[in-house]
Design a protein around this ligand. Structure first.
Ligand code: ZN
Length: 489
């Protein structure tokens, strides 16, 4: 594909601030050759501002008799990881600071083939809207934040591929922002019931259909493991089921852990940083947001989401260490630690998933602290019972920008879950291989289904803002799930 032409007359007509992405100063100069922009670029070049070691975002003003144009030149070092997402995120925040809310982007990278161009454009759009994210919160004394009102349009020739890359990048970013909003919402606002009512509202204007199992329906289905976790809370539990493109074909099923607040239950967590446990429904948020995005992207696949929603509280009614509970598949579980609750609600969600004879189950959960101990906050763990299915995730991770690292699922871990009173315990008393033993527990409930498990406890929260990672709950896994479905043949 050739370089998009920059039409001088159009350039002055648009009210948008102009953004030019380049990877090479010489090419940038060629790109603007003979155009109004040339003045700015040569001015920046003279001041040595375009030198590639400087701040990669250059901001400048161009003026004629009537208009003043804001111009950004974005230098992208092509060798960096996630470079386009990160620079677009930094641009979004820089533009917000300069009160520029309407931007038009163009690529001054001549040597790109079409597929690379669409990938870059998708990543620029993802990064831009992810970087622009601000959680609204409940502060009454500060001015209201401008919520996602910055607009990025594409300046240049728009063919079908570019148009769909723009759409996809925007939808993926906004889906992750939706997951961030859900996870950032305090647990007294986002209860299981509230999650359900948000989903119901969404389904009214979408191709998604919804089915809700309340406590009674869950009792009928004998979801004893799921219900045990919920019994200590005054908040009623719900098992949420969303369906897209219902058909006789085997569905792909997404399962997301939705503990709207996790105190640990009777095995109470220490109070330090317990407040971040409002985000213990990050898996549920990612699954829900992915379904909304898949409907918007009009995927043809038959996809289901199963989202168990509970609050884990200590009370006179709460389940206790030593209790034995029975899951939907009749397997019995001895509760060793009530803080290993995520896998208990997932157990019944996975049992429900298997009743639909799925071709693939993907579950995602803020499941184990051990995941962060193993990988830090820069990667998620992936495990499962099919190396082919896991490989597909590993092969996509660079393009998605969400790192995955495979951890083992050795049969030996079953021994760590041995109980003398039930079929298994809910966690290993030896505290070894926490992420793998949690996955081994889940494996007992997927029957013969092909299954991939993603532990996002490591990346659920950003402590600081850096590139497209914005401080607060991260919405991680959302894009991994969407891309997984879209890539399915
Ligand atoms: Zn827990």
């Amino acid at each position: 594909m050739g370089l998009p032409t920059l039409d001088q007359a159009d350039f002055w007509k648009t009210k948008s601030a102009q953004v030019i992405v380049y990877t090479n100063t010489k090419q940038l100069k060629q790109f603007v050759n003979g155009q109004t922009l040339e003045k700015l670029v040569s001015h920046l070049a003279k001041k040595n501002q375009l030198s590639e070691s400087n701040d990669p975002i250059k901001e400048g003003l161009l003026a004629d008799s009537k208009t003043v144009q804001h111009v950004y030149c974005l230098y992208c070092d092509e060798t960096g990881r996630d470079i386009y997402r990160n620079i677009a995120a930094n641009l979004a925040r820089k533009a917000r600071k300069s009160q520029q809310h309407d931007l038009a982007i163009t690529l001054a990278i001549p040597s790109l083939d079409e597929s690379m161009t669409t990938i870059i454009i998708q990543q620029l759009y993802e990064g831009f809207y992810l970087g622009d994210y601000q959680y609204q919160g409940y502060q009454t004394m500060v001015p209201k934040k401008e919520k996602h009102n910055t607009k990025l349009s594409f300046y240049g020739i728009k063919n079908k591929e570019i148009t769909s890359a723009i759409k996809k990048g925007t939808i993926l970013a906004k889906a992750q922002n939706m997951a961030r909003d859900l996870a950032n919402t305090p647990a007294n606002y986002l209860t299981p019931k509230e999650f359900v009512s948000i989903a119901k509202k969404q389904c009214r204007n979408s191709a998604l259909s919804i089915k809700v199992y309340d406590k009674k329906a869950a009792q009928k289905k004998k979801m004893g493991s799921f219900l045990a976790v919920a019994q200590g809370s005054v908040q009623a539990p719900y098992m949420l089921e969303l369906t897209l493109n219902a058909s006789k074909k085997s569905p792909i099923i997404l399962v997301g852990k939705g503990v709207t607040f996790d105190t640990g239950g009777i095995s109470l967590k220490p109070s330090r940083s317990m407040s971040c446990m409002k985000g213990d429904m990050g898996g549920a948020a990612a699954v829900y947001a992915a379904m909304v995005a898949l409907a918007q992207l009009k995927t043809k696949h038959h996809v289901k989401a199963i989202i168990p929603l509970v609050e884990n509280m200590p009370s006179a009614m709460a389940y206790k260490p030593g209790d034995v509970i029975t899951a939907m598949n009749k397997k019995t579980i001895e509760v060793i630690n009530t803080d290993a609750e995520g896998r208990l609600i997932l157990a019944d969600a996975l049992c429900l998933a298997t009743t639909y004879k799925p071709k693939l189950i993907i579950d995602i959960a803020t499941l184990t602290g051990a995941c962060a101990v193993t990988l830090g906050d820069v990667a998620n763990a992936v495990l499962g019972n099919s190396q082919t299915a896991i490989n597909a995730f590993l092969n996509r991770q660079d393009e998605v920008g969400e790192r995955l690292w495979q951890l083992p699922l050795y049969d030996d871990y079953v021994d760590y879950l041995k109980s003398s009173v039930a079929d298994m315990t809910n966690c290993a008393e030896n505290r070894l291989a926490g992420t793998s033993t949690a996955a081994m527990f889940l494996k007992q409930f997927v029957d013969t289904s092909t299954w991939v498990h993603i532990d996002i406890a490591s990346t659920m929260e950003n402590k600081t803002t850096k590139g497209y990672h914005v401080k607060g709950m991260n919405g991680s896994g959302t894009r991994t799930l969407i891309e997984a479905i879209l890539a399915t043949p």
